[in-house]
Structure formats: structure tokens, C-alpha cells
Design a protein around this ligand. Sequence first.
Ligand code: ADQ
Length: 403
Amino acid sequence: MHKHGDVTLATVDLGRTDHESYYLGYSNGVLWPVFHYRLDLADFDAGYVDGYRRVNRLFARRLLPLLRPDDIVWVHDYHLIPLAAELRVLGSAHRIGFFLHIPLPPPLIFAAIPEHEWLVRALFSYDLVGFQSQADLAHFARYVHNEARAEQRRDDVFYAFGRNVRARAVPIGLDVDEFAALAAGREATDTLATMREQYARRQLLVGVDRLDYSKGLPQRVRAFRQLLLRYPENRNSATLIQVAAPSREDVNAYADLRRELEWLCGAVNGDYGELDWMPVRYIHRTVARRRVPGLYRASRVALVTPLRDGMNLVAKEFVAVQDPADPGVLVLSRFAGAAEQLTDALLVNPYDTQGTADAIQRALHMPLDERRARHERLLQEVRRHDVHWWRKEFLDALTEPAE
Ligand code: ADQ
């Protein structure tokens, strides 16, 4: 047990076999790719599911003795789908909610997972299942209707496998005040000053992501290359700073992605770079969180162009720290959960290289009035549905009396 302020963490050590089958294998080699619509990257045949089951059972056994009878349990994300079912087997009658941070794919993609029915049955052991977007919720509703002949008992209550579950879209938000405070801090303001000085004659575009194939990084660099090709006035000026934090390097697909991205950035710099200007700055590292707001604020445009994303908090962070008098422009993939809320961003299809390049061009040259008007509406949305709204919305629904 570890104490961090008001929070007590109970940790469990996993052996190498469990780490391989539970974490690298089933969670990140099966569920992550399929939930992001990437059947081509999933590794179904390796029997990882046993490890996934075993570790969830272990977590349940360790958790139950720590719970008081009136505790509410909130389970997060795809690594833990069967946790409530395992707790129920051990006799837990707690209120248990589940929030899925990543997308839920359409039923015919989901059904490619050999254990798809077992996974959905496991969701029915929760009292509440929360999704990031209406699109994800609709996929859930369609799946349980088609595959499990679920009855919809009320707007948000589904009955199947002998149980009721409430399902809702509760999009995650940002701790806006905390992030604004970071933006006002020393590290962020220093970063902003340095960037402004170094790039005084340039227009900065920023991307901040984990190095993950769901984030659409090669597609983004291709769109940026297309911008330089199609709109030559941006040469010697538009500069893309792409920070890509190392992630899951033990999973094969990630090493391939890294090579592809490095090759592409090198090619763009080789084709368009000048002695005193490099179009792409690619940084394969995590930038200190306290510096990130400075980087956002120094940038005229943010490129948040995932191929699929549950929500994407970078989009909200960028909006939260812009100068309202002279704000930057958000270019956002229509395939990020955030696109349902941030409709005043320039929405793009990241698979469409030319279309994305056109949107970047529009963002770089957008008049001040339009930038301000769009930013004002975006900021209102980010503030209205912040992280406190999200927590309250989820917990209120979880503790609402069942019918
Ligand atoms: P992630 O896929 O990790 O989260 P995201 O929502 O963008 O994606 O959050 C990333 C966080 O890490 C942001 O706060 C960002 O600032 C920070 N970050 C990323 N790369 C960084 C870097 N190179 N240096 C410094 N900081 C970096 C999952 C889902 C998302 C969902 C979240 C929350 O995939 O869709 O929004 O959970 O539910």
C-alpha cells in the first residue's frame, strides 16, 4: 500500500508471463488494435486471453478484502473489462461502474475478437458502463441488440444475460483550472518565451502524442508535406514540432511505426529544408508536463489528427491555454471522440492527405476574427464539460437508484 495525499494505492506485482499475456498480449495486442478498428494489427491466435482472465481474477481477489460494504467501485479501461464479473463471483454486491477510455468499434469489427460475447457479457456485471462518445454508445446498443437480443428497458438501460446495465456516453474532460495554472507557471512561460524568440519569423504547428498507430502520425506528416508542395508560400515559414512520447515499445507494431515516422520526417526535411529552416522537428520523447502549455501557446495551429481516438485530451488542452485575444487554430480529426464536442475546430479526415493539407492552409491563414469566434465557442465547451462535470455525471448515474 502506498499513500499519495488522499489517495491510497494498492499495487500487485505481475510475473513475466502475466505481463506478456495480460498486458502486452491481450490488452495491447488484441483489444487495443481491434477497439481502434485495426483488425490487421491484432494477434488473435496466441492464447493470451487466459492471462487476461487470470490477472483480472487476481485483481478481484486482492481488491475485495479492501472494500467496505458501501464502497462504490469505478473501474477504468480495457485492461479490466472482466473485473466486475470476477468480483461478483466472489460475492461482491457493490455498485460498480466501468468507463472505457478508448473507442468501441462497430459490432462487425468487435465480433472479430473470438471472445467477443464473453467480453460483452462481462460488461453486464457492471451497474453502469460509460463511453466517450455517442458513436461508441450506438455501437454498444447495436451489438447487444443484434448479438445478445438485448431489450432496451429505458433510454439508457439494457437487459441481457439476465441482468440490467445502464450505458451512457460521458465524454471525459480536462481539469481546465489546473491546466491554466500550469500555463501561468514559470516553466510554461519560459518555454513560450524561448519558442517565440527562436521561431520569431516562423509559423509553428504542434503535435503532441504518444507514438501510437492510432494517432495518425505518418498521415499527419504526409499532409504537412502536401501543404509545402501545394502551397509553397509556407516554405521557409511553417514549422511542425511533433513530440511523440515512446510507448509500448515491446509491441511489434510500434517499432514499425517508429521507423516509418522517422523516415518520413527525414524525407520532408531533406526535400524542403534550407540551411536556416527545417520544416519538421521530430522529438521522440515525453516533454515535461509543465512545459507543454508553453508549447501549445507558442503555436498557431495544433494538429490533432488521430485515425481513431476515444477522446483526445490534447485537443482540449490546446484550446484551454490559448490567448483569447490571439488564439491558435485547432485542426481536429473527425475520428477523435473530441470531434463530437469540438465542432468549431477545423474537422478533417486524416486519411485524406489533400483535404487535411487544405485545412492546415486554412488554419495558418485564418483571419483574427474567425479565430477568436471559433476559440470562444471551443473554450466554452471545454469549460462546460470539464473533468469535474465528467466525474459528477458518471458517479451520479452510477449511484442513481436502479428501476
Ligand atoms: P491517450 O491515448 O494517452 O489516452 P490523450 O487523451 O491524448 O491520449 O492523452 C494524452 C496525455 O498525455 C495528454 O495530457 C498529453 O498532454 C500527454 N502527452 C502525450 N504525449 C506527450 C508527450 N510527448 N510529451 C508530454 N506529454 C504528452 C486515452 C485515450 C484517449 C482519451 C484518454 C483519456 O486513448 O482517447 O482521451 O485516454 O480518456
